[in-house]
Ligand binder design. Structure first.
Ligand code: DO4
Ligand code: MG
Length: 292
């Protein structure tokens, strides 16, 4: 069972519901995901189990990014050895910063996106027109409620500019936060349905003109930190009254000189969670102010 944010095809109203992949049943009385994450885990579980709203065929809904309202997206960095190695390789003059943070007690946790900027399943993620080396970062993301309980899992694509980040670590916000940089979806898998979040296979597939140009696999068992540890650091000095999505870092980085290109398709599949697929666009669209 997955928690979904959706529209019925051809209509404008946004609904929250649960889906078994065949049908989607509305969570009546729940107007947004943010409302759910303001509840305690036990209450969320009861609401999900008691879903009694209208139901429609899964084929008749358009899935939306499973983040809304005041729920922010944050991300952890350099939590896998692969990520540490890739950053050291790309940042000649500041390589030790990444080695230090990989080994440090305090993890790297950074702001990634407000909800309205998040690109949902099937949407277009973006790479910056002023960047030369750009990669998807396939990451398991945890959905956390207001009191810091992990309520679910989803897939995050922390799209990043390696050329900007590699020039100077202080350019990290420019490498990580811009139009189309955050893809999330396709839904949220309830935490109580995933037996072991440290044993999930992750597959990244990048397709260009119908050919796979890069693919790789990893496993959350290679994560250097505990999920609760990352959440604890995120919640320590902050409040997230409508919950928060925390992406837990990339386990795969296509090596340079690989770069994403306009028209590529990125698919990130995480066992027991789902597959997030997005097309890539280089440069922000002219005149557009909001994601669909
Ligand atoms: O330190 C830079 C960002 C690292 C990151 O996004 C990751 O490891 O996934
Ligand atoms: Mg990342």
């Amino acid at each position: 069972m997955n928690i979904v944010r959706y529209r019925i095809a051809g209509t404008l109203d946004v609904h929250i519901g649960v889906s078994d992949g065949d049908r989607v049943r509305e969570l009546s009385g729940v107007g947004s995901l943010a409302e759910l994450w303001a509840l305690r885990l036990d209450d969320i579980r009861t609401r999900v189990a008691d879903a009694r709203g209208d139901d429609v065929a899964f084929a008749d809904v358009d899935l939306l990014a499973p983040v809304d309202g005041r729920t922010e997206v944050w991300a952890a960095g350099v939590t896998y050895e692969t990520s540490r190695e890739a950053r050291v390789e790309e940042s000649e003059r500041a390589a030790t910063v990444y080695e230090l943070v990989y080994d440090a007690v305090r993890p790297e946790v950074f702001f990634k996106s407000v909800a309205w900027r998040v690109v949902g399943p099937g949407g277009q993620v973006g790479v910056r027109a002023d960047s030369t080396v750009d990669v998807p970062e396939p990451e398991l993301a945890v959905v956390v409620n207001r009191v810091g309980e992990i309520c679910g899992y989803t897939v995050c694509n922390d799209v990043s500019s390696r050329s900007i980040e590699g020039e100077n670590p202080l350019y990290l916000p420019q490498a990580k936060i811009y139009w189309g940089a955050c893809g999330i979806g396709p839904w949220i898998r309830p935490a109580w349905e995933v037996e072991d979040p440290y044993a999930l296979g992750i597959r990244l597939t990048i397709t260009r003109a119908d050919s796979v140009v890069w693919s790789g696999t990893a496993n959350t068992g290679q994560l250097r930190r505990k999920l609760d540890e990352l959440v604890e650091y995120l919640m320590r000095g902050d409040l997230h009254p409508d919950g928060v999505v925390l992406s837990t870092g990339t386990c795969l980085v296509p090596p340079a000189p690989f770069t994403l290109t306009d028209g590529d398709t990125v698919a990130i599949a995480i066992d027991e969670v789902g597959t997030l697929t997005n097309a890539v666009r280089r440069g922000r669209p002219q005149g557009q102010t909001e994601q669909a």
